[in-house]
Write a protein that binds this ligand. Structure first.
Ligand SMILES: [Zn+2]
Length: 194
């Protein structure tokens, strides 16, 4: 079975992932959890607020690293921030499902431009994983855009990239780790690009 947990930033994807991991652990399954290794901000945030994930999670930045660490008797393969991995991740995970493993992944469905998030170095997107999912958790955040000093509060399905409080250009690269931009969850009405 393939389970995909998806939605914008701040929608609780990692919390849902941990809930799923706990269920498999209670069931006595042999679980391996991966987190995207270069994404230190999330690793630190997870350590602060989400007990468990960083304790178990193996850092990895490529499909090859995951393939090397997963053993034949791992019954459950879990990946957080799956959207940052390289294109062959789709075939690897579908192969695990075919071989009888449980696969649970969490990741952004859309990038800051509201386009399907493309896996690194390829053409497949999160949509290519989602169409194969046996179970989908489509989570929403809460829109934190302000109008006349009041927070919108509508369900947020988009991730807004900001720099100095202003929406960024649509031409920026999708992945910018360690730069000065910030992100907010937004409803479709409050998602802006320049
Ligand atoms: Zn809004």
């Amino acid at each position: 079975m393939l389970t995909v947990i998806t939605g914008p930033m701040f929608s609780g994807k990692s919390i849902e992932l941990i809930r799923q991991v706990n269920r498999f652990k209670i069931g006595g399954k042999r679980v391996i959890v991966f987190k995207y290794g270069e994404d230190r901000r999330y690793a630190e945030a997870a350590a602060a607020s989400l007990d468990g994930l960083t304790t178990w999670a193996v850092p990895a930045v490529s499909t090859e690293e995951i393939a090397m660490r997963v053993e034949a008797d791992h019954e459950v393969v879990v990946i957080d921030e799956v959207q940052f991995f390289d294109d062959p991740i789709v075939e690897l995970l579908l192969g695990y499902v075919k071989s009888g493993k449980e696969v649970v992944v969490a990741g952004l469905n859309l990038d800051f431009r509201s386009k399907p998030f493309i896996f690194r170095g390829g053409t497949q997107t999160m949509a290519d994983l989602i169409v194969h999912a046996d179970s989908i958790f489509a989570l929403h955040a809460i829109c934190t855009a302000k109008e006349s000093g009041k927070i919108c509060g509508a369900p947020a399905t988009r991730t807004q990239r900001l720099r100095d409080g202003e929406p960024v250009s649509i031409d920026e690269p999708v992945v910018q780790i360690g730069s000065a931009e910030s992100y907010e969850a937004r409803c479709i009405r409050h998602h802006f690009l320049h």
